[in-house]
Design a binder for this molecule. Structure first.
Ligand code: GDP
Ligand code: IMO
Ligand code: MG
Length: 427
């Protein structure tokens, strides 16, 4: 079973980084296939805490080859800052591979991300401001700059000039900002070229060969199902395919090479940024989940919106991703809550929906239909077997499993690397 995709099921921050780290010791490659430094994955190893943005979480495990696939958008300043920070903490980053087809985030993408958000006012998406949307827009508009373009000065200049042509009209005439020169972008990118060169290769071929040779390859998604450009709460989404299908397109391997798809589900739900969120809590329960779960963004530090678990979303994600397994995270955060509501369906203007409503307008006023489960008060952070959990915690897990469309194979009971209950092997 060598190809394993790890995907987020809700609105991100489910604990994908920790799950990837868990598998990394039995993995040869960890591939990031979508998104960029909008992601924030926290991995806790002993008394050390790492926050990864652009680099795959597998970089923390010796022996793993981390890969940035063609589907990623790369901010070179962030890349080298993150590498330097890890090196200074003693992490070996020398194996990193980067696809020559990955697209580059430039300063004009970052600026456009911020000014368009400001321009949208009340309708803003609440992006991370990292230039992700504008970089993917250029890719689709065929105005993007790819990693391989950095190694040909004349092509690079032509591409920057082409990209700036319309952007400078927008910046100066619509957004009242100064124009950007080709030279400033060119000089900025040039400073990274020689350091970048040895890392760049045909990662599609390298991964194909690895899979053919029976190596284990983990494809680690950024973001999650409900932020997917096609399946998420559009337009309040990110600009890439966050689902398992994106692993093939964004890593350059055949879909048939993905043997297993692991969905990461938080025991409750969080969201950063704008957009609908049916189970969102605006009361003291929401505050409790935020403070007990330390729900503040790894990337922007924003407080995360919080709510109860929503099994309609998990069923949707199970189907679209083809989940074979679920890792349920942060069960420990629910300890001490007397009765725990779980959303099993929606009420949209008097009509019951067991699956996602067809229209986004309906989703904006979907009201959760809850079933309440009894909670537990015992500390579960030391549990390592399913049978170590209090009966009500076991029943809560079983209830989620019955309503989720896939089996729960592991349960997170704390942020530490070993704070996990393994029910079925993931590799
Ligand atoms: P990602 O973006 O999906 O990788 O998730 P983040 O790293 O942004 O957010 C998940 C947070 O929960 C991190 O701070 C993790 O250290 C933490 N975490 C992961 N699993 C567990 C768990 O089972 N229990 C607790 N209490 N924290 C966890
Ligand atoms: P990880 O990988 C949570 C959200 C932003 C915003 C929307 C679009 O850590 O789970 P973007 O900058 O991508 O154009 O913003 O998507 N968002 C995330 N929310 N976790 C993430 O990543 C996110 N990456 C983007 O808050 O609502
Ligand atoms: Mg995160």
């Amino acid at each position: 079973m060598p190809g394993i995709a790890i995907v987020g099921v809700q609105w991100g921050d489910e604990g994908k980084g920790k799950a990837t780290d868990l598998l990394a010791s039995r993995t040869d490659y960890v591939v990031k296939f979508n998104g960029g430094n909008n992601a924030g994955h926290t991995v806790v190893i002993g008394d050390k805490k790492y926050a990864l943005h652009l680099l795959p979480s597998g970089i923390l495990t010796p022996g793993v080859t981390p890969v940035i696939g063609n589907g990623v958008v790369v901010d070179l300043e962030v890349l080298f800052d993150e590498l330097t920070a890890l090196q200074s903490r003693g992490v070996d980053t020398s194996k990193l591979r980067i696809s020559s087809n990955a697209h580059i985030i430039t300063n004009y993408h970052r600026i456009l991300d911020k000014v368009t958000e400001r321009f949208l006012g009340k309708r803003s998406i609440g992006t991370t401001g990292r230039g992700i949307g504008p970089a993917y827009a250029d890719k689709v508009n065929r105005l993007g700059i790819r990693v391989q373009d950095l190694f040909d000065e004349s092509i690079l200049r032509q591409k920057i000039e082409g990209a700036l042509e319309t952007k400078n009209h927008m910046l100066t005439k619509v957004y009242n900002r100064r124009a950007i020169t080709c030279d400033e972008i060119f000089d900025d990118l040039q400073q990274y070229v020689e350091r970048l060169r040895p890392m760049v290769g045909d990662t599609s071929l390298e991964l194909h060969n690895a899979l053919e040779a029976g190596k284990n390859v983990v494809f680690e998604a950024g973001q999650a199902m409900m932020l997917d450009i096609d399946y998420g709460t559009y337009p309040f989404v990110t600009s890439s395919t966050t689902t398992s299908a994106g692993a093939a397109a964004g890593a350059g391997i055949a879909p048939s090479k993905i043997d297993r798809v692991v969905g990461i589900v938080k025991a409750y739900t969080t969201r950063v940024g704008s957009g609908p969120f049916p189970t969102e809590l605006h009361d003291e329960w929401g505050d409790l989940l935020r403070s007990n779960g330390f729900e503040f963004g790894t990337t922007t530090g924003r407080p995360r919106r919080t709510g109860w678990n929503d099994t309609v979303i998990t069923r949707y994600a199970s189907r679209v991703n083809g989940l074979t397994d679920i890792v349920l995270t942060k069960l420990d955060v629910l300890t001490g809550i007397e009765r725990i509501p779980v959303c099993v369906a929606y009420d949209v203007d008097g009509e019951r929906f067991d699956e996602m409503p067809l229209s986004q307008s309906d989703y904006h006023h979907a009201k959760p239909i809850y079933e309440e489960l009894p909670g537990w008060s015992e500390d579960i952070t030391g549990a390592r077997e399913f049978s170590d959990l209090p009966a009500n915690a076991q029943a809560y897990v079983r209830f989620l499993e019955e309503h989720s469309g896939s089996r729960i194979s592991a349960i997170g009971v704390g942020a530490a690397r070993d704070a996990i209950i393994q029910i079925h092997d993931l590799i």
